[in-house]
Design a protein around this ligand. Structure first.
Ligand code: GCU
Length: 390
């Protein structure tokens, strides 16, 4: 196979026509807000069939076990809990652990950000009391702490929840024999779920838990994710409208970036390098992006009218910052139809000039990462869109 060479030349971005989120597949227009739910269902089903695969409902035996509570964590500023979500009856069943920090002085249920992490909950903060996940025992405590500024988040009145993505499915092409896929009989079909589907399913199961926890304001839970886990946050937010806010950090191809631009990572490249992420049908669109019945602006439109935030980084060209902006921008008509503003920017804003309309967007200096700058903007955005505790 020829070596993949990414295009970073705006002049070589092909001409393309995006599928219209406000036109049904039969060609009729979505005339008013009342009809959106029908078109929404249609778009959702297209994403299932052609891209992320079908996702099962919660398992019958699912139950929650609080395994650790510390009311005086982080020098007395936080309540920390570790909750194990068992996906079936019995101790051998697959499980995921949610690490939760809530502000100590909360006098009511706390609004919360939740996101999957790459290498284990113990990598998100160096505190040795956090359980070390045996599945990721080689990853050092606190190695990802800069991406999870828990003290900063708590100081603004928000809680923070995180889950190791490998609890749901290891990130490798291993035939879906393990992780939560193993809980279900696998349909040998082109729309069977892949790893991103399984990760998103886990975020949704975390939401099931938040609904049951009185210390958490489950009407103000924001799903957040970086990169492959940003693609995941978007898919979870599309699938589950209980997420009141959704944040994509540098999610790129298969996330917020328009596939048809073929800038940086492409559909063909992502399916070759990560054949387990999407459903098999998606591979039909390798080098055939124009044949896709959907593009990523429609994924963002599935959040409407909920606030959604897309963030890029200047040097993260692989993720196509402009394509991420345009993904957000072209979701705008759906928001307007539903009576809110959309993305209040005609063109891509300069670095460090966030747009905080109902669809939010920023591009910051630097590379592919999650930084304090990003988190501060997410919290500003959440404050502005009613997530701050009254
Ligand atoms: C790779 C991949 C991207 C992904 C990124 C990440 O670069 O090609 O699609 O977003 O990894 O998850 O960090």
């Amino acid at each position: 196979m020829a070596e993949f060479v990414a295009n970073y030349d705006e002049d070589k971005v092909p001409d393309y026509t995006l599928p219209d989120p406000l036109v049904f597949e039969d060609g009729t227009a979505v005339q008013n807000a009342a009809r959106w739910h029908k078109r929404r269902a249609e778009i959702l089903s297209l994403f299932e069939t052609h891209m992320y695969g079908k996702m099962p409902a919660a398992t019958a035996g699912m139950h929650f076990e609080t395994r650790y509570v510390n009311d005086r964590a982080l020098e007395g500023t936080a309540v920390r809990r570790e909750v194990r979500v068992h996906f079936a009856a019995g101790a051998e069943a697959p499980w995921m652990d949610i690490l939760i920090h809530l502000p100590k002085d909360a006098d009511g249920p706390a609004p919360l950000f939740v996101g999957l992490n790459f290498n284990g909950n113990h990598t998100t903060h160096p505190d040795p009391e956090i359980t070390l996940n045996d599945r990721a025992a080689n990853a050092a405590r606190g190695q990802a702490a800069s991406r999870w500024p828990v003290t900063r988040v708590l100081a603004r009145g928000y809680g923070l929840g995180t889950i190791y993505c490998g609890d749901l499915d290891p990130d490798c092409d291993d035939g879906f024999q393990n992780g939560v896929h193993a809980l279900f009989e696998r349909q040998n079909a082109g729309d069977a779920w892949g790893t991103i589907g399984a990760w998103a399913w886990g975020l949704i199961r975390a939401m099931d838990y938040f609904v049951a926890d009185e210390a958490i304001d489950h009407t103000r839970v924001a799903a957040m994710g970086h990169s492959r886990l940003g693609k995941t946050a978007l898919w979870a937010g599309a699938r589950d409208e209980r997420f009141a806010l959704v944040i994509s950090n540098n999610s790129g191809c298969g996330g917020a970036a328009l596939s048809r631009r073929r800038y940086g990572e492409t559909v063909g490249r992502i399916n070759t390098r990560f054949p387990h992420w999407f459903c098999d049908h998606f591979k039909q669109y390798n080098e055939r992006e124009d044949a896709l019945p959907i593009d990523q602006h429609q994924l963002i439109a599935l959040m409407a009218p909920r606030p959604v935030y897309v963030a890029s980084a200047e040097r993260d060209r692989w993720a196509d910052p402009k394509g991420e902006f345009l993904g957000a921008k072209h979701a705008d008509p759906v928001y307007r139809l539903l009576g809110t503003d959309g993305l209040n920017a005609e063109n891509m804003p300069p670095v460090h000039e966030p747009v905080t309309s109902r669809i939010g967007y920023h591009i910051r200096a630097g590379g592919h990462d999650v930084t304090d700058y990003d988190w501060d903007r997410y919290m500003d955005f959440a404050d502005e869109h009613g997530h701050k505790r009254a």
